[in-house]
Design a protein around this ligand. Structure first.
Ligand SMILES: Cc1cc2nc3c(=O)[nH]c(=O)nc-3n(C[C@H](O)[C@H](O)[C@H](O)COP(=O)(O)OP(=O)(O)OC[C@H]3O[C@@H](n4cnc5c(N)ncnc54)[C@H](O)[C@@H]3O)c2cc1C
Length: 449
């Protein structure tokens, strides 16, 4: 039986990153990644296959990064883990490990309605042949219905509309009052929603799917009370469910959410087995409750903790802050930590500040876009709780700076006196730099109320 110091099951965001991290910290150890697909799609790039990229083959995680770090790769399915013997059974072959990392995906969520299994209904699988089949199907589609108006739903809807134009009607159905409402305050949601609608996508909010109609092949999505939307393709963008079958079967403890329970070092209930990524439980940075977010950025952060801790625990997870961005055409939005409405719901006494200005100076510089930043602070302490940004592509990095402030529990005053670098072609003006300005206004607001 072949033995490795480290075996990682799963070869996408979490699996690849934990394997690379393990090798970087332990160059003398042998590390094997077991992954079931020949090629792994870049998960976050999947919506762009259907428009901007034009093909699934342009959206592949390069295996060269594993080779470069000396990580071995085995394309095979792990069938069973035997913790008592430190063994993984991989398509009939037994492999022995000293440390094991489980990074085995989330599966796309589904809907508890009739008709979801019909021909023409697509769950978003991270599987190249499946995505290619969907792309082929879209070539002849007239009516596409996307269910779920989170970031996956809006990115899919917009890319399909962009690619197929007048040939296709694209409708998004959302049960909540606005798109993206789990992650942004109302004013941001409405801006994105109106922007997408102006690009030709119909969005039906406050709408619950009653059933997916058809006789084997999808024909329509029924919303109840007689309302029905014709559909020859339905795409479900309704969240993700941790894939824990292997772990459960091996007797590894699951959290009440159904994900694999891990401690702050990313260790599971079995001492030499770690888990990270979408299959692992997430604990919120705010208050330590279970957190439903599933993101590639979270997966890789957890993988850097798990990979580094395998032979000597020295990194701890501070809790999931929740940072991500999305882009539709020229409009980008980012969110980090708590929205104002989520902070109030969680019981924080908070204040918020909104500033808006160009992200270049002067504002007529090429690449300039009006950039709006909202910051939320705990009123009693002045500690930052969250932020949201709307602008152009610079929004993605602005929100990452906000996330760093949150993770370091910075005070409004620290951020107001933050030492930033600026340049006319690259950033907002030093006088109106949104992050610093918003914090300064918050300091004044807290002093004066
Ligand atoms: C359409 C879409 C867009 C997204 N956009 C973003 C975004 O913009 N930003 C962001 O942060 N997140 C985004 N996400 C979320 C992100 O894709 C996931 O959070 C991320 O992929 C999780 O990484 P992971 O490694 O845990 O799981 P996965 O990426 O699902 O990979 C799991 C791996 O495990 C392998 N595996 C599973 N079981 C076995 C087995 N038994 N044997 C061998 N191998 C196995 C799989 O084959 C795969 O290689 C998006 C998701 C989707 C679907």
């Amino acid at each position: 039986m072949k033995k490795y110091d480290v075996i990682v099951i799963g070869g996408s965001a979490a699996g690849a990153t934990s394997a690379i991290t393990a090798r970087r910290h332990n160059p003398d150890k042998s590390v094997l990644v077991v992954r079931q697909e020949k090629q792994v799609p870049i998960p976050c790039g999947i919506p762009y296959i259907f428009g901007t990229l034009g093909s699934a083959s342009k959206n592949i995680v390069p295996d060269a990064m594993l080779e470069k770090e000396g990580v071995e790769l085995l394309i095979s399915e792990a069938r069973k883990i035997e913790p008592a013997k430190n063994k993984v059974i991989v398509d009939g072959v037994e492999l022995e490990y000293d440390k094991l990392v489980i990074a085995t995906v989330s599966m796309p969520g589904s809907l508890p309605v009739s008709g979801v299994d019909q021909d023409g209904v697509y769950h978003i699988l991270k599987d190249i042949p499946y995505l290619e089949a969907l792309q082929e199907r879209l070539k002849t589609a007239r009516d596409v219905v996307v269910i779920g108006c989170g970031f996956i739903g809006i990115e899919f809807a917009d890319e399909i509309k962009k690619n197929h134009g007048e040939n296709v009607n694209v409708t998004v159905i959302e049960i909540a009052p606005y798109c993206l409402s789990a992650a942004y305050d109302e004013e941001f949601c409405l801006e994105m929603q109106n922007f997408i609608k102006a690009r030709g996508v119909d969005i039906k909010t406050n709408s619950k799917v009653a059933s997916i109609r058809g006789s084997g092949k999808v024909e329509a999505v029924d919303l109840g009370e007689g309302e029905s939307i014709p559909a020859d393709v339905v795409i479900l963008g309704v969240g993700a469910v941790p894939n824990v079958a292997l772990a459960k079967d091996a007797g590894i403890k699951l959290a009440t959410s159904g994900a694999i329970e891990v401690d702050r070092s990313m260790k599971t209930s079995i001492d030499n087995i770690f888990a990270c990524g979408d299959c692992a439980e997430k604990i919120s940075f705010f208050g330590g409750r279970s957190c439903p977010l599933r993101l590639a950025s979270i997966a890789t952060q957890e993988a850097r903790i798990a990979g580094a801790n395998l032979f000597n625990i020295w990194r701890e997870h501070a809790g999931t802050v929740g940072v991500w961005s999305t882009a539709v055409g020229s409009l980008a939005m980012g969110t980090a930590g708590l929205t104002e409405s989520a902070a109030k719901k969680a019981g924080y006494d908070c204040i918020s500040v909104v500033v808006e200005g160009p992200n270049r100076h002067p504002g007529v510089m090429p690449g300039a876009a009006p950039t709006k930043l909202k910051l939320v602070f705990e009123k009693t302490t002045g500690v930052i709780l969250g932020g949201q940004v709307r602008g152009n592509e610079s929004a993605g990095e602005i929100i990452n700076i906000v996330a760093a402030c949150i993770q370091k529990r910075m005070y409004a005053d620290d951020i107001a006196t933050f030492q930033m670098g600026t340049h006319p072609a690259l950033t907002a003006s030093p006088i109106t730099y949104q992050l610093v300005n918003a914090a300064e206004l918050a300091v004044a607001k807290m002093k004066n109320t």
